[in-house]
Design a protein around this ligand. Structure first.
Ligand code: C5P
Length: 310
């Protein structure tokens, strides 16, 4: 009898994203602080005996996320995760994968990376590989720079490509409002724009270290201080590729968010609230000002990728 295994993986927001000059391998060295948010990608894995992989993508019930544009073939990161796991563990079975999207697509919140992390965990269990968390983390790093954090969750500092993780201390819960755009931004294109601007300036972007004010605000559970400290070197490049995001940042400021920032490579804007009620008020203001295609609320830090019951 075949059984379906489900895993869920969180979205992320970068509280700090400091980017260094492009390396020879095309990647950029990062100093980043990740916080996992309780918006989830769910991946269901049902083993097949014929060695084939299939993929279906749906939007999770009640979510305003748009699944259009998600590839349904071997280029999808969940599919690649299943292939890598099968190759690594000599699995000859196939799998039917079903993704239930709860994280904005191409939004700078690592939705695709969450699919890879959830697919690794679901397939490892469905195929009974006995893979350890360490083995899954090594495969995650091969799949993409943000996949290890999606597996890890909580709060972490990421160095290297963002995949060398150290857990970070954090106190309490932070409440976020996420303003998404239907039109995505391509991560490589935003990094290219970063390169172009850096060349024009002929200097390194910022101090290349973890920001002390962010770490202190996390440990104190202080949303006001955290909001004032958010930093993202990809924000300028994302704004120049999509200037209307400036209006989203302005609207968040008008709603008295503690701080607002483009999430990762964008175009989602993440606004930090003082409380859950404040998040709902900011969300209402952003909806009324019509600066985003969808507005969601979420809180963090959330856990890493885990198996879930039906
Ligand atoms: O690793 P991942 O496939 O998620 O990265 C997508 C793209 O983002 C890379 O191909 C690269 O262009 C860019 N990137 C980068 N430096 C990083 C992470 C990603 O330049 N540290």
């Amino acid at each position: 009898m075949t059984r379906t295994v489900r895993a869920k993986a969180p979205a992320k927001v970068n509280l700090q994203l400091t980017v260094g000059p492009r390396r020879a391998d095309g990647y950029h060295p990062l100093v980043t602080v990740f916080q996992a948010l309780d918006l989830w990608e769910v991946v269901e894995a049902t083993p097949r005996t014929d060695g084939e992989i299939t993929l279906a993508v749906e939007v999770a019930a009640g979510s305003p996320v748009d699944a259009a544009g998600v590839p349904l073939d071997h280029t999808n990161l969940a599919w690649k995760a299943a292939e890598l796991l099968a190759r690594t563990f000599g699995i000859t079975d196939g799998v039917d994968l079903r993704i239930l999207k709860g994280v904005p697509t191409a939004g700078g919140m690592a939705g695709g990376s969450a699919d890879a992390a959830a697919a690794l965990v679901a397939c490892a269990e469905a195929w009974d590989t006995g893979a350890t968390r360490g083995e899954l983390a090594a495969m995650a790093a091969r799949l993409g720079a943000d996949v290890p954090f999606s597996l890890h969750g909580h709060t972490a500092v990421g160095l290297g490509r963002g995949d060398e993780l150290t857990p970070a201390m954090s106190h309490g819960e932070f409440h976020w409002v996420l303003a998404t755009q239907t039109e995505g931004l391509s991560t490589p294109a935003v990094f290219q724009e970063f390169d172009r601007r850096l060349e024009a300036r002929e200097q390194a972007a910022s101090d290349f270290e973890v920001d002390g004010a962010i770490m202190r605000a996390l440990m104190a559970g202080d949303a006001v201080a955290l909001g004032q400290s958010l930093l993202n070197d990809l924000e300028g490049p994302a704004l120049s590729l999509m200037p209307r995001l400036e209006e989203v940042l302005d609207a968040a400021e008008a709603a008295e968010a503690c701080g607002a920032i483009v999430s990762g490579s964008g175009p989602t804007v993440a606004a930090l609230a003082r409380s859950r009620q404040h998040a709902l008020a900011i969300a209402a203001h952003l909806r009324a000002s019509k600066v985003a295609d969808a507005v969601l609320t979420a809180s963090g830090p959330a856990s890493g990728t885990m198996l879930v019951q039906e």
